[in-house]
Design a protein around this ligand. Sequence first.
Ligand code: SF4
Length: 332
Amino acid sequence: MKEKAIVLFSGGLDSALTSIILKDAGLDVIALRFVTPFGCIRKNEAKDVTGIIKEKFKIKVEEIILNEEFIEILKNPKYGYGKNMNPCIDCKILMLKKARKVMDEKKAVVVATGEVLGQRPMSQHKIALNNIENESGLKGYLLRPLSAKMFEQTIPEKAGIIDREKMYGIFGRGRKQQYELAKKYGLDVIPQPASGCLLTDSYFSNRIKDLFKYKPDFNERDVSFLRIGRHFRIGNEVKLILGRNSSENAVLEKMYSSSDVMLSPGDDIPGPTGLVYGNNISVNDISSSMSVFAKYSDKKIDSVKIDVKSSNKIDCLSAVPIDESAISRMKI
Ligand code: SF4
């Protein structure tokens, strides 16, 4: 019976290599893929790598969904944010705590990550990595195979369960050694290094800051809106979201609830779908939203007809497009 190892698998190169290195070292690897509300933009690419890991390297991949717990650390991260709204240290600790549980359930000998010492300024310097190890309850059982030789031996290495000679001593931001390892182990598709987490995106982070400011008690629905469309701040409690293409329009239509107001083109001219949502939506809020909607309509005339759906009742109204300077102040 092979000993088991649990790997935090993001779908990026480093975690893919980590899984393969441990498999090559004779362990039965279980890769945990954490799904957060702000997860990977490159969904398909991650899927490809996940497919290769599963099929070519026969590594099991299991998904763990993080919703409320993740939102809680995002609101108040003990170790703060990175360059944007990414609470990487707290996030890693949360994931590792979950991995620790899986390790115990599956009677695995170690938890491993694809972290490389010195690769990222906030979360991958030695003090941060030590904090992560201590707070996750994995002291002595957290292995970073790509940089293992830069760290003290883990307990399973000391016990000879994991062959330290099969681990590496990579340091820093360069990718050359990882590319060489990918070649060595036959990983033909090279995923990008970053996780694709939207929280590292400055544009997306602005939307989160706006949410923190205007709706500090935000919930999963508020978060799910952040991924879609163009966003406009209409009032302290009200936002407008406009779909940028037919699939976003369809998603907004699906997400409509009776407390929202939905805007759609009132004649045959194509235009976006708009969702006005928030608390206490006033007539003025709807009117401002309609002017923004009219600006994005494909109908380049003075007045645009709009179907306004509110409390499941539809009225056809007209609006004049808002001017450019006003719109830029509302954009989030
Ligand atoms: S980039 Fe995102 S998913 Fe990755 S550790 Fe940071 S917050 Fe977590």
